[in-house]
Design a protein around this ligand. Sequence first.
Ligand SMILES: *Cc1c(COP(=O)(O)O)cnc(C)c1O
Length: 395
Amino acid sequence: MLAYAPVTDQAVGSAATATGAPILLSAPFLDDQEAARAAQALHSRMAGNGPFTQRAEKRLSERLEGSRVLLTTSCTHALELALLALGIGPGQEVICPSFTFVSTANAILRVGARPVFADVEDASLGLDPADAARRVTPRTAALLPVHYAGVAPDMDALLALARTRSLRVIEDAAQGLGATYDGRALGTLGDAGCYSFHETKNITCGEGGALSVKDPELAARAEIIREKGTNRSAFLRGEVDKYTWVAEGSSYVLSDVLAAVLDAQLDKFDEIHRRRRGVSDRYRAELGDWARARGVRLIPSLPGREVNDHIFYLLLPDEAARDRCLGHLRRAGVQATFHYVPLHTSPFGRSLDPEPPRLPVTDRVAATLLRLPLHPGLTDEEVERVVAAVRSFPA
Ligand SMILES: *Cc1c(COP(=O)(O)O)cnc(C)c1O
């Protein structure tokens, strides 16, 4: 095993080290296979759309109901690619949650459209169909729900809204690979699904992403945009004898070296998810009574929604309790953390909209949510330490 520095993202502070090494919030699950597979790619083809890209796309497609899968440089780029392929752009609006990572809104802005922030459902922390419906205008082109923590929002209601108002649905499934809604893989319910293989996600190649689409015409447009507006993909399949510029495009192709790393991660997909489930199950079993007695909510198990154990969160009764609990856990050497600053309250979000929307559930969730360490490498003893630290918080 290689040694890794603690994984940090925008919201992770450093945990105190009073009790030894801090228990990390997140860590990739790697062995020698990733490096070996990357070396193999280095010695054959390094550019994108090579043999490892095609293999990883096929393996992902099998997990995504046979959708066409295109590997991309990131989920951010997969979102941009989806919007471009669907022809969404200037003068149009896209409704998304404010409780999300900046990429969701950046992708909308990058194609020249306007993000319109809607509130999230209390149950799933995903896009609220009723609030989204109130924000639909004649300019609305699409809904962009986010599967936060691998929990889908009420997709039946969102898809029904999209049908009645003729809107596209692009799923930000960056956190959703391996999770389902009524037995269907997240990211395959709407027109397009976007996934992330960032270091903090369940399977990773450092930086990387994927787009999944069912409609072959949409897939054909997306593969041209991804390859700088050329028909190189058709050329590599032997469908045309030379490739050329056929549309406006950009470069969203993942290097085959990173696709090889992803391919090695796909070998571990089931083991990673089994280990993550084991940690979540223990948190649920050992923190349930503690939470009920203190008015703390745990990430829910909603009927028909199978999660992928990407995140395990608690919702504390109020912001002061959440912040005290964070301090308590960090002092115990547990790298617990909050999550998003809602985009509509961020400096750039406010500059986009002089009259920010009222999103009460978003504000409350952002102020009270706390994430516990969750990754496949956590030992039983570490999970025990996290549980003990949480249970010793008086609340
Ligand atoms: C991680 C994440 C992204 C961005 O993924 P990248 O691959 O880093 O671009 C987008 N949306 C959500 C909800 C995420 O969690």
